[in-house]
Design a protein around this ligand. Structure first.
Ligand SMILES: *[C@@H]1O[C@H](CO)[C@@H](O)[C@H](O)[C@H]1NC(C)=O
Ligand SMILES: *[C@@H]1O[C@H](CO)[C@@H](O)[C@H](O)[C@H]1NC(C)=O
Ligand SMILES: *[C@@H]1O[C@H](CO)[C@@H](O)[C@H](O)[C@H]1NC(C)=O
Length: 276
């Protein structure tokens, strides 16, 4: 009896540790045995390791907003085989725009010739998508103009900047209805950024970094095309959109963004995290 208890206790303790450390959202079998009740709930978190890792990706849900719609993404995930229907496993498939939720834009999004040439989400440089990044707060009462760009005092040499603007305060990504009044980059803000900083990646807190109905040229400008001979690089800046920047302090982090590898797609859902 006593050896059994010791073994059981050891298994119990190791299961708790395993559940906490390796796969926090998938309780182990031991964990199941421990509870024997209905508290079998996955742990969902925004922050890991007491402030070491911040998940700045929005959960992909049917209620997240999508461009020009009041109805949200709508159901995009379905079970094609279900254990409830005597299948051996549960298997889901999904169908959604590559510009849904936290995602990035590839140059082909606004440049047809780059689209044809294959500048897709698979062609983006993981060295730009991963590395030191600065999270800044931008004045909330204005869109991002050249003047506004001066205020966060972004030092030269900083390659990645995440801009927290009014969209985070307004919690727009948590509203099903698309809000076209979202705070965004204005053309002269984008120009200022290219001319005065070394930024290669920008992160914004709503579905689009600029309003492209009115100003497709802002997208074109950021994504690549340069009229001036000063800009020789074809693919200048990667925009990451709809980041979840709530409850993260401003400052330097290590950013890690990994887009799905989708040849032919001019964007991709992307998991982004910040490591302190
Ligand atoms: C199970 O099968 C029934 C009957 O074909 C179908 O109506 C139902 O949607 C299926 N459920 C799932 C979860 O696949
Ligand atoms: C399989 O899918 C059903 C929904 O049809 C769900 O209730 C069940 O928990 C799933 N089972 C497993 C093992 O994931
Ligand atoms: C940004 O521009 C949009 C479109 O003109 C406008 O609706 C919105 O109020 C502006 N936001 C701010 C903070 O000025």
């Amino acid at each position: 009896m006593i050896p059994f208890l010791i073994i059981a206790t050891t298994l119990f303790l190791s299961s708790v540790i395993a559940a906490d450390e390796a796969f926090p959202s998938i309780p182990t079998t031991f964990y199941v045995a421990k509870t024997l009740s209905d508290d079998l709930k996955p742990i969902r978190r925004e922050v890991y390791g007491e402030g070491k890792i911040f998940d700045i990706t929005h959960r992909y849900t049917q209620d997240m907003p999508v461009r020009e719609s009041s109805e949200g993404v709508k159901p995009f995930l379905r079970l094609t085989t279900s254990m409830k229907n005597q299948s051996l496993s549960n298997t889901s498939e999904m169908k959604l725009s590559v510009h849904t939720g936290t995602h990035l834009d590839a140059p082909g999004h606004f440049h047809d010739k780059y689209y044809d040439a294959g500048f897709d989400s698979d062609s983006l440089d993981l060295q730009i998508l991963n590395g030191p990044a600065l999270l800044v707060d931008v004045p909330r009462d204005k869109n991002i103009t050249g003047e506004v760009m001066k205020s966060p005092h972004i030092p030269k040499g900083v390659p990645r900047v995440l801009f927290r603007i009014l969209n985070t305060d307004r919690r727009l990504m948590f509203e099903k209805e698309f809000d076209s009044s979202f705070a965004r980059f204005m053309m002269d803000g984008a120009k200022w950024l290219v001319e005065n900083t070394d930024i290669k990646l920008i992160g914004l807190d709503y579905l689009s970094f600029a309003a492209y109905e009115e100003a497709p040229e802002t997208h074109k400008f950021i994504l690549g095309e340069r009229v001036s001979i000063l800009y020789i690089s074809l693919l200048k800046i990667i925009p990451v959109e709809a980041l979840k920047l709530d409850d993260v302090e401003v400052g330097m982090y290590s950013l890690h963004c990994l887009p799905l590898r989708l040849p032919g797609a001019e964007g991709a859902p992307t998991r982004c995290i910040l490591i302190k």
